[in-house]
Design a protein around this ligand. Structure first.
Ligand SMILES: C[S@@+](CC[C@H](N)C(=O)[O-])C[C@H]1O[C@@H](n2cnc3c(N)ncnc32)[C@H](O)[C@@H]1O
Length: 292
């Protein structure tokens, strides 16, 4: 078990229990915020689901750090962390980031690898990423942020693939399956703050079936994270229940990285569900890929 390593990594990311951005990611975030135009008339919806450069700027200000820390804290849950270490020790990590926005979850994973490397010697990790979002602006800027971050982390990470898919989930499952067949099964899938827009178009049952389909493209040690804030508690709980897992409530105290409110701390509450593929799914996908 890697409990002392887990605590060491946590202390790097959240010193004294306060989630704080490390210099590399803070530089990448600030530089991107400064390069995007400002506008005062962005609707509440556009702030959450940006489709323009100016709206993306407000998203990066308001939500990036919050979601980022919540994802890192999810990887640092003891069971998830054990699986994560196992995958990283093999030297490859394949990520599927669904509703990626400006690649928040993927950047959180990459930064976690760099923090791990500061605590223990690991092989250099070859990372393959598929980003799925309907907003091209997020895919474009997010890819730029990943490249910029990975240049700063040359000794920890090699980016082997970064593929963007703008087909809406679940139609994108076809592409997600093809990419998994090409690059290998996913080790991590993330659906961070995308459940709400999906629920506008699907029933609970359809969401469940689509998540199960995605899990077929995952490796046996994979974890799929589903996150949503406290206002969507019942949606997340219901999604977890249909997957046969319980959801957790969590609260994280973090530094605020809003350009208007720096040097403050705030505690945000959110809900998460962590789903693992079932063994038979893993075997199923291997057979199916061989036949194609
Ligand atoms: C609130 S943002 C979350 C972004 C990021 N995952 C995070 O945690 O910060 C939700 C994202 O989901 C995307 N989205 C909405 N419906 C989608 C769909 N059907 N398929 C893929 N992405 C979708 C939006 O464009 C938006 O970028």
């Amino acid at each position: 078990m890697h409990e002392s390593l887990r605590l060491k990594v946590k202390e790097k990311l959240a010193p004294d229990e306060i989630w704080t951005m490390r210099p590399n990611i803070e530089e990448v975030l600030k530089s991107e915020i400064n390069s995007l135009p400002q506008a005062s008339d962005i609707s509440k919806y556009e702030r959450r689901y940006p489709t323009t450069n100016a709206a993306l700027r407000t998203f990066l200000n308001a939500f990036f750090a919050r979601h980022y820390f919540q994802i890192q804290d999810t990887v640092l849950q003891p069971d998830v962390f054990e699986k994560f270490i196992k995958v990283i020790r093999k030297g490859t990590l394949r990520i599927a980031d669904i509703g990626s926005g400006p690649v928040v979850a993927t950047l959180a994973f990459l930064d976690l690898i760099t923090a791990l490397n500061q605590c223990v010697q690991l092989p250099m990790v070859r990372v393959s990423i598929i980003l799925n979002d309907t907003a091209n602006v997020s895919l474009r800027i997010g890819q730029k942020m990943v490249r910029s971050f990975s240049k700063r982390s040359l000794f920890d990470i090699i980016l082997t693939n970064i593929i963007s898919v703008d087909t809406p989930f679940p139609k994108s499952l076809t592409q997600l399956r093809r990419v998994a067949a090409m690059t290998g099964s996913y080790d991590i899938c993330c659906m961070s703050y995308v459940l709400n827009p999906l629920k506008q178009e699907m029933t609970h049952k359809e969401i469940q079936n689509n998540i199960q389909e995605l899990l077929r493209y995952c490796s046996s040690d994979a974890s799929c994270f589903i996150l949503q804030d406290r206002f969507k508690k019942s949606l997340l709980r219901q999604t977890g229940r249909l997957q046969g897992v319980t959801s957790q409530k969590a609260a994280l105290c973090q530094k605020v990285y809003d350009e208007y409110n720096s040097n403050t701390e705030y505690t945000y509450t959110f809900f998460r569900t962590i789903v693992a593929p079932k063994e038979r799914y893993y075997q199923g996908v291997e057979t199916r890929f061989c036949l194609q």
